[in-house]
Design a protein around this ligand. Structure first.
Ligand SMILES: Cc1ncc(COP(=O)(O)O)c(C=O)c1O
Length: 460
């Protein structure tokens, strides 16, 4: 296969993609398969001789789509959808064609500079104050890991990268509503799961600022080293928001840096009416949100805003001679802001998406999703036997039947049925079903089908 063949097959792939998207509603959202069903269809070893693309493409059509859970299905209400608006897909195709590696400014000047401008556009769109800069990571997990590694280095005077932690016990504070990426980060950073203090929450499942203060003081009294606070702006489980401003005030009183995880809910802040949910955000040192969730920018694309990139670059930046850019020592090389060296050109899809839909178009989608989530919650609440466990926070709510076993059986029936896709969480020890509205192409009718499907399957 050469570039002339690629031209032909790209057109064929574009036709296939257009049919796929047009007919998505006719497919079950979740792959109706048992483990091993796909692997069994592939030979055990790689071919020695080249194979014709016709055969490869035919196998793709036969094996892959039926083996997929369809993330772009308009009735995907699980997790948070990883959206891919058509304009962002187009940008990804162009980025793929150039297949650059944007580790340094000089390895792809446009990738670095468009990234800087896009971070600025999004800072303004979310209503964050001038002064925040930032970068694009693959995932919120990497952004949170970068922030926690930076907290570790700051707490230890930037010495632990060099000489280790010398038995120092660092403490990071977060509520139990934060995502498991925070747990992973403290593990990977060598701080240790036991040193992630899960601070008590109030009736709204928001971190209690007085409990945060008490936890920090107790650790100081024991000679431990508080290193930073991670706040939750839209938890994955039920959408909890910490009281951002109040908790930041406590952290600042103790001189601690604050990272805010707004992975899915952050996009909603392009609508000014939702910003009260994260009031005080301007005091954060680091904020992550995923345009690959609610802004429709194809996975992967996580933005980390930083009040001052200095400590993170000091923590993660390495400049061996083979990565130097002679005569331009001050230039921004984004690999120094993150964990991996190699970087894809992710800014291009942001540029295309923000221009093709405009902030107004994206705001309209988010507002619709919030409104339709509320309407579907009301419809579900009217069904006999259904109890709403947590009310909608933006576009996320949870419900359950009388006991865990019944709720779990209902969830299996829903997902085997395939018209909609929902997932579960544990809330206060109870098995509940999450409903998260956020798919880029979903309509009101798609969202209202949730109550219809539950009504049909509840009694089975
Ligand atoms: C609140 C929150 N934080 C972090 C993550 C992890 O995101 P990523 O897959 O980008 O690492 C998620 C994923 O859904 C999330 O909802």
């Amino acid at each position: 296969m050469n570039h002339d063949d690629l031209n032909h097959w790209s057109k064929r792939a574009a036709d296939w993609a257009s049919d796929y998207h047009r007919n998505l509603r006719n497919r079950p959202v979740r792959a109706p398969l048992l483990p091993g069903a796909i692997a069994r269809q592939l030979p055990a070893t790689a071919p020695d001789a080249p194979e014709p693309m016709e055969a490869i493409f035919a196998d793709f059509e036969r094996i892959v789509p039926p083996g997929m859970t369809h993330w772009q299905h308009p009735r995907f209400f699980a997790y948070f959808p990883a959206n891919a608006a058509p304009a962002s897909m187009l940008a990804e195709q162009l980025a793929n064609a150039m297949a650059c590696q944007g580790m340094l400014w000089q390895t792809s000047p446009a990738a670095t500079e468009i990234e800087q401008v896009m971070v600025g556009w999004l800072r303004g769109a979310l209503g964050l104050p001038a002064g925040f800069v930032g970068t694009i990571h693959d995932s919120a997990t990497t952004a949170t890991l970068s922030a926690i590694l930076t907290m570790r280095e700051q707490a230890l005077g930037f010495q632990s990268n060099i000489s280790g932690m010398h038995g120092k016990v660092l403490r990071i504070y977060a509520s139990a509503q934060t995502h498991s990426s925070v747990d992973k980060a403290v593990r990977v950073a060598g701080i240790g799961q036991d040193n992630l203090v899960k601070v008590a929450t109030d009736d709204s499942f928001s971190m209690r600022p007085d409990a945060l203060d008490a936890a920090i003081r107790a650790d100081l009294a024991l000679g431990m080293l508080p290193a930073g606070v991670v706040l939750c702006a839209g938890g994955t489980s039920i959408g909890a928001f910490d009281r951002i401003g109040d908790c930041i005030a406590v952290a600042k009183a103790h001189g601690l840096p604050v990272h805010v995880d707004a992975a899915w809910a952050g996009s909603a802040m392009i609508c000014p009416e939702f910003r009260a949910l994260w009031a005080g955000i301007e005091g954060a040192d680091s904020i992550v949100f995923n345009p690959h969730k609610w802004l429709g920018v194809q996975f992967d694309c996580a933005i980390q805003f930083l009040r001052d990139p200095g400590p993170q670059v000091k923590t993660l930046g390495l400049r061996p001679s083979y990565l130097e850019t002679a005569g331009r020592e001050e230039i921004v090389n984004f690999n120094e802001w993150t964990v991996p060296l190699g970087r894809r050109f992710r800014a291009l899809k942001l540029w295309f998406t923000l221009r093709a839909y405009g902030l107004d178009g994206l705001r309209a989608r988010i507002r619709n999703h919030v409104q339709w989530a509320q309407a579907s919650c009301t419809a579900l609440a009217a069904l006999p036997g259904v109890k709403i466990i947590t009310q909608p926070i933006l576009s996320l709510y949870t419900f359950a039947l009388a006991d865990d076993a019944q709720t779990e059986r209902l969830l299996h029936r829903i997902n085997d049925d395939g018209r909609i896709y929902l997932t579960q969480t544990l809330h206060e020890g109870r098995y509940v079903i999450r409903v998260q509205v956020g798919q880029f192409d979903c309509t009101q009718a798609d969202v209202m089908m949730i109550a219809q499907v539950v009504a049909e399957l509840i009694g089975d």
